[in-house]
Design a protein around this ligand. Structure first.
Ligand code: GDP
Length: 207
């Protein structure tokens, strides 16, 4: 089996583990995990679906009541993908929102098994306030970030490339490792690059 199909198989094994409303509900903090973050509508569910080849998986995180939760998906006993909530729930009272932001910050700051963050942004609207907030958090904790500029199929190749270079330039100032790529769940493009990043962070042995 070649590396690509071995990696593909591992992500297709993903299965829902638990939803956590608070830090103390997270699975025990050992092994490796990578968190996926993005504003709502950035294309996070579509990317998780494409990666895991499971439509049901990301739907789990969209179930009403679970959208404000940290959703954990197990790849094996030691490795997890983590779906962080997007910010789009205007109907949520401010108090709940603030409380939730504190839990999210605590998760990002204290989680030992968290090895990196995949930050998804619509390639046509990158670096919104939510995105810079996440980049700042990650930078403070010296956590590496890999940005997916999503829905790249919506732009011509040249325009998408220009957007990539602009974001690349803008994130140079962050005090941590930030890499980025174009991604389209619709065209399934950029999937191998994403898999390679995850295999590295999760220390998956493909041998
Ligand atoms: P989430 O809220 O971040 O989970 O975003 P979704 O994955 O639900 O996607 C939001 C919208 O963008 C949906 O209408 C998707 O069909 C669309 N979308 C997601 N990924 C792509 C993509 O790669 N290309 C295009 N053209 N549309 C996409």
């Amino acid at each position: 089996m070649n590396t690509t199909s071995a990696a593909k198989r591992i992500f297709q094994q993903a299965s829902f583990l638990i939803s956590a409303q608070q830090l103390n509900q997270c699975p025990s903090d050992n092994g490796w995990e990578v968190a996926f973050a993005g504003r709502s509508n950035a294309g996070k569910s579509s990317a998780l679906n494409a990666l895991t080849n499971q439509k049901k998986l990301a739907r789990t995180s969209k179930t009403p009541g679970r959208t404000q939760l940290i959703n954990f998906f197990a790849l094996d006993e030691e490795r997890r993908l983590v779906d962080l909530p997007g910010y789009g729930y205007a109907s949520v009272p401010l108090k709940v929102k603030e409380e939730w932001q504190r839990e999210l910050a605590a998760y990002l700051e204290t989680r030992q098994s968290l090895k990196g963050m995949i930050l998804l942004m619509d390639v046509r609207h990158p670096l919104q306030p939510f995105d810079t907030m996440m980049l700042n958090w990650a930078s403070e904790g010296q956590m590496p970030v890999h940005i997916l500029l999503t829905k790249s199929d919506k732009l011509s190749h040249g325009v998408a490339k220009t957007a990539l270079l602009q974001v690349q330039k803008a994130v140079k100032s962050y005090n941590n490792t930030v890499s980025l790529q174009l991604f389209s769940a619709l065209k399934m493009s950029g999937l191998e690059e994403l898999q390679t990043r995850l295999v590295d962070w999760l220390e998956i042995d493909l041998a």
